[in-house]
Design a protein around this ligand. Structure first.
Ligand code: ADP
Length: 471
């Protein structure tokens, strides 16, 4: 079976969040399971591009409405990711350092999608499955069905995985001219509430829709940023499949980013040494529980309540817990978290920015990982934390409730709370301090959680079942 993953991110080529991790791992494990999986993504100007060898695979011409452009497809030479990796270069649109955040993102990703299907249209054979990820690639199912130039591909089965339904790639109707000539009777496949909505179009036109956890799938029918009715209507073709984690990248026994590798039997000493290094680096008290937050500083992650929560906890529970934050996002939150540096010497530090190495060190050295997310489709951080013996403290939502069992329940190993509020987190920090001081219970939880299997090997079968049901 040949599966083509089309995505805006793929670790380690370019990553902004969980989407990159998933596309960097799922295809690799599909190949290990005997399938032919390939990844196609834009050719951003990242370090990975410069540090690896490439060969030109194809040069073509396409058009986005009246905008005619040349594109080049290059292929990585050494199979470094364990899959065939193709990058699409479009001069003036994709040749940028960043992934997102440009004014012309809609045009960039549309041109990328058009180039990908234009390229596949030149192949002698057709792939079995085109697997699209999030709104940046969600117009492909529509274009395969309804664009005259791609009629030959209209029978290819398409799967759309929704990693985050908050972002839908809304476009104005006048931008419909950017699509290659299409059957205008089918305008309803593009429309949602009077706008051209790529994610909604993907949900309508893909043969199957998956989301990254079962609870998130259920949640989308009553909370999906305006698409609730659509998810309800299309529920028959929607499936929730919990993400896995790449155990080769996220393995405390072999992780080269951390100073002291450890495994289940050495978790106590291993984490102690890593914590010492982390605390020395950021001048934090090593004798109290270390709570970390890693992630995008946005409302979805409830990052806006972090400053008040930390102030409240550090005022009431003086010198009983320390916080280390790593993140970037909303400038106002970044500014406030940064401005608190120095106010609580030994008990608080925030690093603003994106730092893959530091994130590994933090999972390895911390005692607790805080995730108060308002929306969390799956969440990978808590699964990495489990693997590194760091107790997750999570709000009961989406994938967090599918992966964390509260320590008050049978064989529980984490801390769960219901509201993204200062009060709930404050109370949970109290519970964290109590269990931290009960070393027998705390160390049992660490060892237990490290053994939980969230590997992709398990999850790949669920995707295979989705594909085979379509063929
Ligand atoms: P989302 O995709 O919504 O951002 P996930 O929990 O699915 O959230 O995935 C987040 C991924 O991004 C994890 O691998 C996490 O370690 C990483 N990450 C997020 N912010 C940062 C940061 N500032 N520095 C390093 N890694 C980060």
């Amino acid at each position: 079976m040949e599966v083509i993953h089309v995505s805006a991110e793929c670790y380690p080529v370019a990553k902004a969040g969980g989407l990159g991790d998933v596309v960097g791992a799922l295809p690799k494990y599909q190949c290990k399971a005997g399938q032919v999986a390939k990844v196609v993504m834009p050719m951003y100007r990242t370090k990975f591009l410069v540090n690896n060898e490439w060969v030109i695979d194809f040069k073509g011409k396409a058009n986005s409405g009246s905008y005619f452009f040349d594109y080049t497809i290059i292929k990585e030479k050494t199979n470094k990711l364990g899959v065939d990796l193709y990058l699409v270069d479009i001069y003036g649109l994709l040749d940028r350092e960043g992934i997102y955040g440009y004014d012309d993102d809609a045009q960039r990703f549309l041109a990328f999608q058009i180039a990908v299907i234009n390229w596949i249209n030149q192949w002698e054979h057709t792939p079995d499955i085109i697997h699209c990820h999030d709104h940046h690639t969600a117009l492909i199912p529509f274009m395969l069905k309804n664009c005259f130039d791609f009629r030959r591909l209209s029978n290819i089965r398409t799967v759309l995985t929704i990693h985050n339904a908050q972002y839908q790639g809304w476009m104005q109707w006048k931008q419909m001219d950017w699509l290659p000539a299409w059957d205008s009777w089918k305008w309803g496949d593009l429309d949602w509430n009077g706008a051209l909505n790529p994610l909604a179009s993907g949900i309508k036109c893909a043969w199957r829709v998956t989301t990254v956890s079962q609870s998130y799938m259920d949640e989308l029918r009553y909370n999906s940023n305006g698409l609730e009715a659509l998810f309800e209507y299309e529920k028959g073709k929607c499936v929730g499949i919990l993400n896995g984690i790449d155990n080769e990248v996220w393995n405390p026994e072999t992780d080269e980013f951390i100073a002291h590798q450890f495994k289940t039997t050495t978790v106590v000493t291993g984490k102690k040494k890593n914590k010492q290094i982390l605390c020395d680096e950021f001048e934090l008290d090593v004798n109290v529980p270390l709570l970390i937050f890693i992630g995008r500083l946005v409302g979805e992650k409830a990052a806006d309540i972090l400053p008040d929560t930390i102030r409240s906890v550090l005022w009431a529970l003086k010198e009983k817990a320390a916080f280390l934050i790593l993140g970037s996002g909303d400038p106002a939150v970044e500014k406030e978290l940064k401005s608190m540096n120095g106010n609580y010497p030994g008990y608080y530090h925030a690093v603003i920015g994106y730092n893959e190495t530091l994130s590994h060190k933090m999972y390895a050295g911390a005692d607790f990982l805080l995730m108060p997310s308002r929306v969390e489709p799956c969440g990978l951080n808590q699964m990495y934390a489990l693997r590194y013996g760091t107790v997750p403290m999570v709000r009961s939502t989406g994938g967090l409730q599918d992966t964390v069992v509260d320590m008050g329940d049978w064989e529980g190993f984490g801390i769960r709370f219901n509201n993204a509020s200062v009060a709930d987190i404050h109370y949970s920090v109290g519970r964290a301090i109590n269990v931290y001081n009960d070393k027998t219970h705390f160390n049992w939880m660490r060892k237990y959680m490290m053994k939980i299997d969230h590997s992709w090997e398990r999850t790949v079968t669920d995707y295979t079942n989705v594909y085979t049901s379509l063929l």
